[in-house]
Design a protein around this ligand. Structure first.
Ligand SMILES: [Zn+2]
Length: 520
């Protein structure tokens, strides 16, 4: 029987058939006389087709976003919205003197080569946004141009990998390497799987490196965000790789063992293992792994600390520790996050955030973050991920045995079983890929919904003004898109565009005012 396409390297021959190439495509000598199912028959062509489809659709969105970055006029809607915030702030100017606690530290940090000027925290926001509009547009443009080139390369690379048969080739090399240097037998599948993954990680790191370097040391640097040295960049890389081996290695080994020993219903054990591993990671990442990359210092006593604890107390949030993280070591992008199980919660503020916004705005941003917790978003996300794994593993268990599916990708050696790790990887790359795309879109939509809800939570805490101005400042500092394309943002953005969030909060403010008036 002829396959529409056949990989250039295949396990049955053990060599690259460049002359016969992709078009010759005959595999009529299936030893056991089996025929390929239609699904398996089309799987290589289908996978490449789907990869190209995604590439063209996403490329189209990129092109739309690129156009929006070429707009030279400040967006009207944002102008009217931010003008309203400024008008509000002028009115409440009186109780404002307790907020200058970070101004001094920000001067000190700004001695290196970044071109970004310190923010005057009391200047009208609209003026500042308008002043930064052009920089934000060029930053966006640089990023999207880079993204389009990197995306094209990645698509090209993944198609070449499939057609040439790099996966079966690497697998066979892993057997050889293991046999020659480590005394691993060719039937010790788990050990060979680990060698295979190591080879793949090395190849992936090398091919991805030029792009990462360009992004960090050209684009981010050009726009004043990058604070990393080459030394730090490569130390991070090495640390990451070591962690991957130390944690990823045993994880994969155990997972494969469970699949092998689990019998017909192995997906249940697989899922249970994944659940335990997720919980394990959530526990060790903040305490063990994050400190490997950054320094966490407890927030110094003072007004901000007192008010954060007060806010946590008001919401029954069991805040145990409050940290400042040296995010400025790598980048001047800013953030805040919270983590921890049960009654042992921590909040982390980036030192960059502390420099960029006022204390009252930090509180409002934390009000939003705590909203995510109070409204159960964190837990929902965890639950959704677990269900996702359950369903994916079930379908994987249904396809696991259908050997001829993998033959299309060059794993056509009928004398031996398809390695489990290969089955798993090919399943997620082929049959499951469309499901994955759709699901991640649904999750993005859900995430934006949660952002609106958390904003509303902060508004209900009476922090609307500060959240609005705080968000504007973060947006400003991060040179966020000011007029993103609607389809692009709908597909990619986990957070709604700034103007939408501001408008939603203002609508809530207005509704509250109306209610208040009625009461009076
Ligand atoms: Zn949020």
């Amino acid at each position: 029987m002829d396959l529409p396409w056949k990989t250039i390297y295949s396990q049955s021959t053990g060599e690259f058939d460049w002359a016969g190439g992709i078009s010759s495509a005959t595999t009529d000598d299936n030893d056991d006389g089996s025929t390929f199912s239609p699904l398996a028959y089309w799987s290589l062509a289908g996978t490449i087709g789907f990869t190209l489809l995604v590439y063209f659709l996403e490329g189209n969105l990129d092109a739309r976003q690129k156009k929006s970055y070429q707009i030279t006029e400040f967006p009207k809607e944002l102008e009217t919205t931010v003008a309203k915030i400024d008008a509000q702030q002028k009115n409440d100017k009186t109780d404002d003197d307790d907020d200058n606690n970070n101004n001094k530290t920000s001067k000190k940090k700004n001695d290196d080569d970044d071109k970004k000027d310190t923010i005057d925290k009391d200047k009208p926001l609209l003026e500042q946004l308008q002043a930064k509009f052009k920089s934000s547009q060029t930053y966006g443009l640089d990023k999207i141009n880079f993204g389009m080139i990197a995306g094209t390369y990645e698509t090209f690379e993944s198609i070449v990998i499939l057609l040439v048969g790099i996966m079966p080739f690497l697998w066979d090399q892993s057997i050889k390497l293991g046999g020659t240097y480590l005394g691993v037998n060719s039937d010790e599948e788990i050990k060979i799987s680990l060698i295979f993954l190591l080879l793949q990680t090395i190849v992936g790191t090398i091919t991805g490196l030029p792009f990462e370097l360009y992004k960090t040391f050209n684009i981010e640097k050009k726009h004043g965000f990058n604070k990393q040295t080459y030394g730090l960049f490569f130390t991070d890389k090495v640390k990451g790789l070591v962690l991957q081996c130390v944690i990823g290695g045993p994880f994969v080994a155990l997972l494969l063992k469970i699949i092998k020993m689990g019998g017909d219903n192995f997906y249940i054990y697989m899922w249970a293992f994944m659940f335990c591993f997720s919980v394990f990671m959530m526990t060790i990442v903040p305490v063990v792994i994050m400190p490997i990359f950054n320094t966490y210092e407890p927030l110094k006593d003072g007004d901000l600390k007192t008010s954060i604890y007060k806010l946590a107390g008001r919401l029954d949030y069991p805040l145990k520790k409050l940290f400042i993280m040296d995010g400025s070591k790598r980048s001047s992008h800013s953030n805040a996050f919270m983590f921890g199980f049960g009654a042992n919660k921590r909040i982390v503020l980036f030192d960059t955030l502390m420099e960029q916004v006022k204390s009252s705005e930090i509180l409002a941003i934390l009000g939003h973050e705590l909203g995510h917790w109070k409204l159960g978003h964190t837990l929902t996300n965890f639950a959704v991920t677990q269900v996702y794994f359950g369903v994916a593993f079930y379908f994987f268990s249904q396809c696991y045995a259908s050997k001829d599916l993998y033959a299309a990708f060059g794993f056509d050696d009928t004398k031996s079983d398809v390695p489990t790790i290969i089955a798993l990887m090919l399943f997620f790359q082929t049959l499951w890929a469309p499901v994955d795309k759709i699901l991640s879109f649904v999750l993005t939509v859900f995430s934006r919904h949660c952002e609106f809800e958390a904003d509303r939570f902060s508004v209900d805490l009476d922090m609307s003004q500060d959240l609005q101005s705080g968000l504007c400042k973060i947006h400003l500092e991060n040179l966020g898109a000011m007029c993103p394309d609607n389809l692009y943002s709908m597909y990619h953005y986990s957070h709604p565009p700034l103007v939408e969030r501001l408008s939603a909060m203002m609508a809530l403010d207005d509704a509250m005012m109306l209610k208040g008036k009625k009461k009076n």
